[in-house]
Write a protein that binds this ligand. Structure first.
Ligand code: GLY
Length: 368
């Protein structure tokens, strides 16, 4: 977290120099500069404020409180965006953390506005929120489970039952349609929006339609853990545990806990390089810390916590970090993230969400 303070102070200076338009998205470790987005573009801009809030939660200082606030505020207009399900990622990583820590009512207003924007994407026929806009069908991706936190939290704060029901329905249908019998996940389910039937199950960012994209599986663990946090509905907990056990039994080895980018990518073959995805590992570790608190037995709780700590420890070594590599210049924490699909999209890069969920995992472990 000390290193995070150093790296994210550099990024904060760039943010100020850019007149508050610079939001790091992904970057190559040998570069000095991240590829960036703006406060109201894409899906990754909430993670920069999110890391700053994690730093504040770990060790609050007046300086980082100011940094976190400054970087969060410009993302507020995104709460009105009804064109994407990612409004959940963006608003909860910034304003969600800010409200949880500071309880300012104006932050809750942004969260509630965003929740109503997300709710416009719900179909009572499909019983899901639309993830991606497409003329060919109603597309739902497993990542969308993460956006439910926005609905559950807004419902919790305002006692709006409709927002809760939408989130519950989405999680419930996802539980039936996105999972295989071994608790691995499909990335995308395409529904018929006129009758709610399933048209196709496939991948957009994984290795193959039948494979398990590592980050998608981590979103599933994290998303069902959140759904259980708010609903206490046991099948959601069972799904989170089942998805977590899939990960734990498909890691490279019992001592090598950083997943390849897809659990089915042929990483044992000498024919082709397959990159890791540190973001998937970080998201999973953070989820596992929370899930451990809901585990029905102390054995499972200990197993989850031990693995979460071991993953964080492995991620925090120069093998996966910018730290300790003299040729690496990027002001970031992790590298070896893979956007997916490999090799078409950037790989062996730093990802804003990798840094966010790693620091979230550290904060969660520190609070136990
Ligand atoms: N939600 C997009 C991704 O995980 O790449």
């Amino acid at each position: 977290m000390r290193y995070a303070s150093v790296q994210y102070s550099i990024l904060y200076s760039e943010f100020i120099d850019s007149s508050k338009t610079f939001y790091p998205s992904y970057g190559y470790p040998l570069d000095y500069e991240w590829k960036s987005t703006t406060a109201t573009n894409g899906w990754t801009q909430g993670f920069f404020p999110g890391v700053l809030w994690n730093i504040v939660e770990y060790n609050a200082t007046r300086q980082f409180l100011q940094h976190a606030t400054d970087v969060t505020m410009p993302t507020a207009p995104f709460a009105n965006n009804t064109g994407t399900h990612d409004v959940g990622f963006v608003i909860m990583s910034g304003f969600g953390n800010a409200y949880r820590l500071l309880k300012f009512p104006e932050y809750l207003d942004v969260i509630v506005t965003a929740a109503h924007s997300l709710a416009t994407r719900y179909s009572s026929i499909v019983r899901c929120i639309r993830s991606w806009n497409s003329p060919t069908g109603f597309l739902v991706i497993i990542d969308n489970m993460m956006n439910l936190e926005l609905l559950f939290e807004a419902s919790n704060q305002t006692k709006n039952q409709t927002l809760y029901d939408i989130a519950w329905q989405h999680a419930n249908r996802t539980m039936y349609e996105h999972f295989r019998s071994d608790n691995s996940t499909y990335h995308v389910v395409k529904y018929n929006e006129t009758d709610g039937s399933v048209i196709q199950k496939y991948t957009a960012q994984g290795y193959a339609d039948w494979s398990t994209w590592a980050r998608g599986q981590s979103w599933a663990v994290h998303g069902f853990t959140i759904a259980y946090r708010y609903t206490k509905y046991e099948p959601f907990l069972d799904k989170a545990i089942g998805a977590a056990n899939y990960v734990l039994t498909h890691l490279p080895s019992s001592t090598d806990l950083i997943t390849y980018w897809d659990y089915d990518a042929p990483h044992n073959s000498t024919l082709a390089y397959q990159p890791r995805d540190t973001s998937a590992a970080a998201i999973f570790a953070s989820a596992l810390v929370e899930l451990s608190q809901y585990a029905p037995t102390s054995d499972l709780k200990n197993q989850f916590l031990t693995n979460a700590k071991a993953i964080v420890d492995q991620l925090s070594t120069p093998t996966y970090m910018i730290y300790g590599n003299k040729d690496y210049k990027l002001p970031a924490l992790l590298t070896n993230g893979t956007m997916g699909p490999y090799p078409k999209s950037p790989y062996d890069v730093s990802l804003a969400y990798g840094d966010y969920y790693l620091t979230q995992a550290v904060v969660r472990l520190a609070k136990l």
